[in-house]
Write a protein that binds this ligand. Structure first.
Ligand code: GUN
Ligand code: FE
Length: 454
């Protein structure tokens, strides 16, 4: 297909059928019999009505016979954005959920993360987590790795090779009173962060970027937090961390940083709240702290599976949205036991309903709103919404081809259903068997190349 049309435009491929996505104005927009073309750079060249096929074929230089038609029970949706996942914790996902946060970190997490000094182990875990999340429909992931620079670089390489869009963070922590061998000195953390950023940036991976990653305030000195704020600013980098996940942690931060007005203030003073910052959890933030998020443009990652599994708290997403703070969803593997963003969608709805049970005045999130949070909302939370998040012309084509009638799939369709119902059923009942193709920046990354029967 790539012949230039009369305007000189080229498209790599064109799909015709149902597309669903979100816009800032509308949580769910359904486009029936639409025609979407992807250019040779992987960007959306056009999305228009199917009846325009002749006109578009002339402009974009494709033959109508090459258009790929979706089946009756198929649709495209934007790829999902996991705004918070610990790639290094994937090996024990689904276990070790019997303790609150701080004990959980000391008992399970730090001992496992310290193994990533071993690059063979890192290779094994990281290639599995990237494959699994792609299979589950995560086209963009914001990853925590560990304190080990070389293993973190390896995670970036694996995401690039498998074609996932990713922010990758080498974890920084110069305080750890429990597992004493799993920490850095201030100088090591600073030097290795520079090396990580430099080496990852030099690779020039088109879809994989470094993110400055102080683990969370209790595991960093103020000097390190300040240093990392400066590094992010000087290099215009993303920042990620945790905030206000559980009450004991909030109390600990008060003790460790007595001069700060709040947990949010600790990060703000160190210049860690920017419009490229994403903070996980925020279950116990005050309205005043949310106002500071809004002011700085920093966002929240809502991780309901983790919040419930570790009995941390329940974030009031409606209140966050009312404060006009950007918010996406995260799996937070392995505090959250599922690496699937469909699970994050379901837990987000459950958590919102629990808040309504507790207070009938609470305005429960709708499935359409949560669909937007999992896609466009996530891209906004990561400040990647100019590249991805929905099917706007000029954005990269990051998409899931969903087949509701996939053979051997989990959903029985008894009668004709309209698209809105199909999407609702997919979000509540679907799984990876329904995700038959995954595209990132126009490249088909699933089915995996070596498994494809040519
Ligand atoms: N806070 C600091 N580190 C972590 C972590 O690894 N997981 C979670 N859920 N919270 C944290
Ligand atoms: Fe986390």
């Amino acid at each position: 297909m790539a012949n230039p049309g009369s305007s000189g435009s080229t498209v790599a491929f064109v799909y015709r059928g149902t597309f669903v996505h979100s816009t800032p104005q509308t949580p769910l927009q359904i486009l029936e019999d639409a025609l979407l073309g992807v250019d040779t750079d992987g960007k959306i060249a056009f999305i228009e009505g199917g009846q325009e096929v002749q006109r578009l074929s002339q402009i974009f230089g494709f033959s109508p016979s090459e258009v790929i038609q979706l089946g009756q029970y198929e649709f495209f949706m934007p790829g999902m954005v996991d705004t918070h996942i610990h790639a290094s914790q994937y090996s024990y996902a689904g276990t070790a959920l019997d303790m609150p946060l701080l004990q959980w970190l000391n008992t399970y997490t730090f001992p496992v993360e310290s193994h990533f000094k071993d690059l063979e182990f890192a290779q094994k875990v990281y290639s599995q987590v990237v494959r699994r999340t792609l299979r589950n429909g995560t086209t963009t992931a914001c990853y925590f790795a560990t304190i080990h620079t070389d293993a973190s670089l390896l995670l970036g390489q694996i995401a690039n090779d498998l074609g996932q869009r990713a922010l990758v963070g080498k974890v920084c922590m110069d305080r750890n009173n429990f597992v004493k061998h799993y920490k850095e000195t201030f100088k090591e953390s600073q030097d290795e962060t520079y090396r990580f950023i430099k080496e990852l940036s030099n690779k020039k991976y088109p879809l994989v970027k470094p993110v400055v990653t102080p683990r969370f305030a209790p595991s960093c000195t103020e000097a390190l937090l300040t240093q990392l704020g400066a590094v992010a600013k000087n290099n215009n980098l993303h920042i990620q961390s945790h905030i206000s996940e559980n009450i004991e942690e909030v109390e600990l931060v008060k003790e460790l940083f007595p001069a700060s007005e709040s947990y949010t203030d600790v990060y703000h003073k160190c210049n860690l709240l920017t419009d490229k910052t994403v903070m996980a959890h925020g279950c116990h933030l005050t309205d005043k702290e949310l106002a500071l998020f809004r002011e700085t443009g920093a966002s929240l990652s809502h991780c309901p599976n983790s919040n419930i599994s570790l009995c941390s708290g329940i974030l009031d997403v409606r209140n966050v949205l009312n404060h006009k703070v950007k918010l996406g969803l995260g799996t937070d593997v392995a505090g959250g036991y599922s690496s699937s963003m469909l699970d994050a969608v379901r837990r987000t709805l459950d958590a919102s309903k629990v808040l309504t049970i507790q207070n009938p005045e609470h305005n429960t999130l709708t499935f359409e709103e949560v669909f937007r949070l999992a896609t466009l909302g996530g891209s906004q939370a990561l400040s990647l919404d100019e590249q991805t998040g929905n099917f706007e012309v000029g954005k990269d084509f990051d998409a899931l081809r969903v087949n509701m009638a996939a053979p051997g799939g989990p959903i029985d369709l008894i009668q004709y259903e309209e698209t809105k119902i199909l999407l609702e059923k997919f979000l509540n009942l679907g799984d990876d068997r329904n995700i038959v193709e995954v595209f990132v920046a126009g490249r088909k990354v699933l089915p995996f190349a070596e498994l494809r029967v040519e």
